[in-house]
Ligand binder design. Sequence first.
Ligand code: AMP
Length: 586
Amino acid sequence: MLENMEELNHEDVIKEFDLLTKDAERVQAETLRRILEENGNTEYLNSFGLDGRTDPASFKACVPLSTHKDLEPYIQRIADGDASPVLTGNPITAISLSSGTTQGKPKFLPFNDELVKSTMQIFQTSYAFRNREFPLKNGKALQFIYGSKQFKTTGGLPASTATTNVYRSWQFKNTMRSMQSQCCSPDEVIFGPSFDQSLYCHLLCGVIYREEIQVVSSTFAHSIIHAFRTFEQIWEELCTDIEQGVLSSRVTSQSVRNAMSKILKPDPELADLIRKKCEGLNDWCGAIPVIFPNVKYVYGILTGSMEPYLKKLRHYAGTLPLVCADYGSSEGWIGANVNPKLPPESATFAVLPDIGYFEFIPLRENPEDQKPEKNAATLLYRELEPVGLTEVKVGEEYEIIVTSFAGLYRYRLGDVVKVMGFYNSTPELQFVCRRSLILTVNIDKNTEKDLQLSVEAASKLLVNENIEVVDFTSNVDVSSEPGHYVIFWELSGEAKEDVITECCNCLDRSFIDAGYVGSRKTNAIGALELRIVRKGTFQKILQHYLNHGAAFSQFKTPRFVGPSNGGVLNILTDNVVKSYFSTAFS
Ligand code: AMP
């Protein structure tokens, strides 16, 4: 679809999407048939006795739900060089590494051209809707994107993050050009060997092309914030480079220097203008439109675990619209943002019914019927039979099950979504959270979303102090009886003791799960502890992940640090400045 187009015709794309979603049930059945025709003879599917059947009922009856753990041995064999049809009929051409935020280490996932195709399809779909509301002219995008390192698996397959696999594809460049969203930085910067040097050059390119920049974006919101925090610190150096036309010695990579030398020319006038603009900013409020006057919107994944960064993003974006990017994962894409005017807090994603076969496990909070399992992934909900894409109900929450063109069959993605409505007959989903529980001591159950809400409530108490929570994470301390929740906060400044004490109490009170409140009242869970960490601690955590092979583009701060994540736990523990215990229940 539309791969070689020079300029995208939005109305055609929207028409195509309308057609696709009119009868999503039929499209789903066809998509499943195609997936099973292509892959029915694989070792994995053969073992379930489908015997050539490709209809949804047989598929659900024969093939069990799966998790990454079930598929791991198959994926490993592919990575080790087994070229037989293990999971897919056509060979797997590359391996993707997921961000590994949840597990603490990246997962291997199969990657093939089908994923590149669906990525382009979803990019073009949401762009078509976005462009109706916020039309772009011929211009460039300041994209804070970074290719991660690529390595070869034992079997010789290239392995990298899914985003890098996409950035490297020829289709990506064509699509971005057709969407007037070509990155203003050269490839050498995107794929440069050092993240810091690439960021420096992205900013420099952005300033040089400032008049042409129409969109400021990144995969996840936090990297835009990271970029502008860096901008605040280094703008004078950027101006010197522009004034003299000489790249700072901090950029040591020769390939990046060569590429930048073609762009960077002495321009004292521009340097002067940027100096004046930066000096004139008040606490860098509205910096994006001041420095990049023709930007139409700020774009990236702003939902889910990115929501805590919205306040800071709005600070930099001023009056510019924040537009949410689509919903997907290294495993594959799910939905496009076809309502770009919705604020991030209520953004939804319309499922594309032809990029995979989707099922949904209904989730109902059901305290009486909770299973008495007791580990980190303890189920929060009663498990019901999965339903099809068009059978979901508005207002209900579900866990998504994906069957893809890249070797995943009835695969539990681990995300919880809520159905907010329908676009024709395909559901519009809101991302709720990852399904796994993060905070639990005994009968209490709190998810990442609960933690986020609690932090949001408590951080409001810092507003008068003009202080922000830069980043946060959590942990459960069961080393002493009774166990208790520990929340780590990095703050942008020094708050008064009594204010932090109140924040700590507010955090404790804001976990409203009945199991937690009951246990706190009876002291079966101890007082919540708020540990304030030194400025820069979360920067060290990011660096730790990067040193261990994570990609900045896909990085998400882990909102829970378990005992298996010793490296990060040590960084946190080593940087605690002070801790506070809640008195909310005493
Ligand atoms: P990764 O495994 O690194 O590919 O990350 C994929 C995960 O990121 C998904 O399973 C979601 O939990 C999260 N994610 C991706 N897109 C969005 C989005 N638009 N909103 C919220 N969370 C998202």
